[in-house]
Structures are given as C-alpha cells and as structure tokens.
Design a protein around this ligand. Structure first.
Ligand SMILES: [Zn+2]
Length: 157
C-alpha cells in the first residue's frame, strides 16, 4: 500500500456509525500488519494527533514525539551515499504515516482535509485538478449535504 493511502486509511479509521465513533484499528483485518499491542496503541495515538493536525486544531509540532528514536543512517556504496531510515520496530508504521503526512504537506499542501459534512469524521485526499472536492464521498456525504441544503432552501421559502 502506498504510504499516502496508508495515511488516509488511518485517518479514516474512526468513522461515525449512527452517531457512535467506531475504531477500525480494533475491528479490521486490514490493520493486522500491526498485530502487536504496542504497535496498535502507538497507531491509535498518532492517528488522534494527525486528525487534530489535519483539522487545524493542533500545530504540526504535536507530531514530534512520534519521531523520537528515528534516524537516517548513511551508508557509502559504489554509487555514493544511500540513506536508510531506522526506527523502533513497533513504531515503523507510525513513522511511515507521519512521513507520508509530511510529504503530502510539502508536495500537495491543502489537498488532505476533513470532509465538509459536519456529521462526518472522515478525511479526503483531493486528487482532482481543480482541488475543489469537499466531501469524503460524493455518493454519501455529497448527496446528503445537497439534499439538506435543498430541504433548508425549501423550508425557508
Ligand atoms: Zn464525509
């Protein structure tokens, strides 16, 4: 899985179902790659901070603790220096998502954002040229918000 997708999947792993927040880290086989308890706890912790950072409720510096003990180690080869990322085994996925977020910030700033449906807790990564997507899913939130605006316009009239 591309790290960008991994990041989006993690951000979207706390959907609301009938007004109750779910935790897909505990429920979904897709996260079986982080089978260790430590790994899952660290992922849940970084997820919560990343969600706040993307919503603008926390500064990016709130992610600093998740990069503790992470190092780039140089190795000299025939082609020059190559860099290897070293991170504690249990936190490798955490480091991947933080770096994926940082990469998105650097290359596609503002394309990662919360869904505009206030009842939706999901995020979207806008890949459209115009960068004007507003909902995590046109089929779900887009239609729901349009129907609501239509209803409000009708009841106001
Ligand atoms: Zn949504």
């Amino acid at each position: 899985m591309a790290d960008e997708e991994l990041l989006l999947d993690l951000l979207n792993s706390t959907p609301q179902v009938a007004g109750v927040e779910q935790d897909l880290l505990e429920q979904t086989e897709a996260w079986a790659l982080t089978r260790s308890r430590d790994g899952r706890q660290a992922l849940a912790a970084v997820r919560s901070v990343l969600q706040d950072v993307v919503r603008g409720d926390e500064p990016p510096s709130a992610l600093t603790p998740f990069l503790r003990d992470v190092r780039q180690v140089p190795t000299m080869t025939a082609d020059g220096v190559t860099w290897t990322l070293e991170a504690p085994a249990a936190h490798r996925t955490v480091v991947r998502v933080v770096l994926a977020w940082s990469e998105l910030e650097a290359t596609k700033a503002s394309r990662l954002r919360p869904c505009e449906n206030p009842e939706c807790r999901l995020f979207l990564l806008d890949r459209s040229k115009a960068n004007t997507a507003r909902w995590c899913s046109m089929a779900v939130c887009g239609n729901r918000m349009k129907a609501r605006r239509h209803y409000q316009a009708k009841t106001r009239a």
